[in-house]
Design a protein around this ligand. Structure first.
Ligand code: OSB
Ligand code: MG
Length: 368
């Protein structure tokens, strides 16, 4: 497929809820949305980086610069036989995997649409529906926490994840456990703790959690391995895994026993398939993470989550939970705790230009 033209938009989308994590509060998302055109088709990619480097280092302005000034000039007017070839064209540039993923994922979508097949069938995904859970932000009180959990159990999500931070951990988690003894529950610290918090982890270890997500530093594997040797509850790595090589190093050292895959954190779909292969060879379960994506990123994630190794419920919750009006026409809604894989070629979603017009801050067209 030859990449004939591109369009890069910057969107601002208000969230329906206030999302508090150990690293801050989000009430809206600022999203880079890329369209690649070729062979009479369009493919779409969505950025997941934030305005501030509080999850990982990448930020929207940095990614916008790289996509406009560096990555698009490398691929515009070029022909790539497959996504791995496009990945190779961007390989000389170090890091910046979220920025690369915008281009890589848009090209996967374009390629699949040109071939006329669903993305999942090119990735090795087999399931028609993927199990989903929900990630709940830090609440103002224990009472509201139990209430919010109850409301989401009623919506049949298969796992509830609670965000925690120092000072907001054992107490709320214990209260939810006492209210719902059989609930599949996890916690996500977004790197807010250190090994000196061993006492907190010993207490969390008694609460029947399915796993504890990214408790320690975002760039650390060594201390996670130490912590894993001290507790029975599996650790799940999120921020620390950017590649299949990171996954190999984590799993050989027992730094975690579960992996959260976010394709856009790892440079895109090709690297996600490699991470899947590494995890399968270690017998380690995967689940699909989320970065509060709009419809394009969410659809990509659902296709990847249909691979066989994604056995635990993912953070690909119903789009209507996040947005009053999503940027795609298709309703991405979970049903009985399962998200159907969108049908049709590529990701299977189409842009809703009425909504896009209202949320676009700026947009730019590119030709070779
Ligand atoms: O750590 O998984 C995370 C959202 C933004 C940044 C990091 C994370 C999250 C979530 C939300 O947990 C998952 C979602 O519902 O998309
Ligand atoms: Mg996480």
């Amino acid at each position: 497929v030859t990449i004939e033209s591109a369009e890069l938009r910057l969107l601002e989308l208000p969230l329906k809820f206030r999302f508090e994590t150990s690293f801050g509060v989000q009430t809206k998302r600022t999203i880079l949305l890329l369209t690649l055109r070729g062979g009479g088709m369009e493919g779409y990619g969505e950025g997941v980086m934030e305005r501030l480097p509080s999850y990982r280092e990448e930020v929207v302005p940095g990614a916008e610069y790289l996509v406009r000034e560096v990555f698009l000039p490398k691929v515009l007017g070029q022909s790539f036989a497959n996504p791995a070839q496009l990945e190779a064209a961007l390989a000389p540039f170090r890091g910046n995997r979220m920025a690369k993923a915008i281009v890589e994922m848009a090209f996967w979508d374009l390629w699949a649409r040109c071939l006329g097949v669903p993305l999942q069938s090119l990735l090795g995904g087999t399931r028609e529906r993927v199990p989903v859970g929900v990630s709940l932000g830090i609440q103002p009180s224990i009472e509201t926490t139990v209430d919010v959990v109850e409301r989401h159990i009623a919506q049949q999500y298969k796992r509830i994840k609670l965000k925690i931070k120092p000072g907001w951990d054992v107490e709320p988690v214990r209260a939810v456990r006492e209210a719902f003894p059989d609930l599949t529950m996890t916690v996500d610290a977004n790197s807010a703790y250190s090994l000196s918090d061993a006492r907190t982890f010993a207490q969390l270890d008694e609460l029947g959690l399915d796993y504890i997500e990214q408790p320690l530093a975002y760039d650390d594997l060594h201390d996670h391995a130490k912590l894993q040797s001290l507790i029975r509850t599996p650790l799940c790595l999120d921020e620390s895994i950017l590649s299949a090589q990171d996954a190999r190093k984590a799993l050989t050292t027992d730094a975690g026993r579960v992996l959260n895959v976010k394709p856009a954190r790892c440079g895109g779909l090709t690297e996600s398939v490699r991470i899947h292969a590494v995890a399968q060879s270690f017998g380690v379960p995967l689940w699909m993470g989320g970065m509060l994506e709009a419809g394009v990123g969410r659809a990509h994630n659902i296709h990847v989550a249909s691979l066989p190794g994604f056995t635990k419920p993912g953070d690909v919750s119903s789009a209507s939970r996040y947005w009053e009006h999503d940027i795609v026409h298709e309703a991405l809604e979970a049903d009985q705790g399962e998200m159907p894989v969108p049908a049709g070629a590529g990701t299977g979603v189409t842009l809703n230009h009425d909504v896009l017009k209202r949320v676009t801050v700026r947009s730019e067209d590119f030709r070779p």
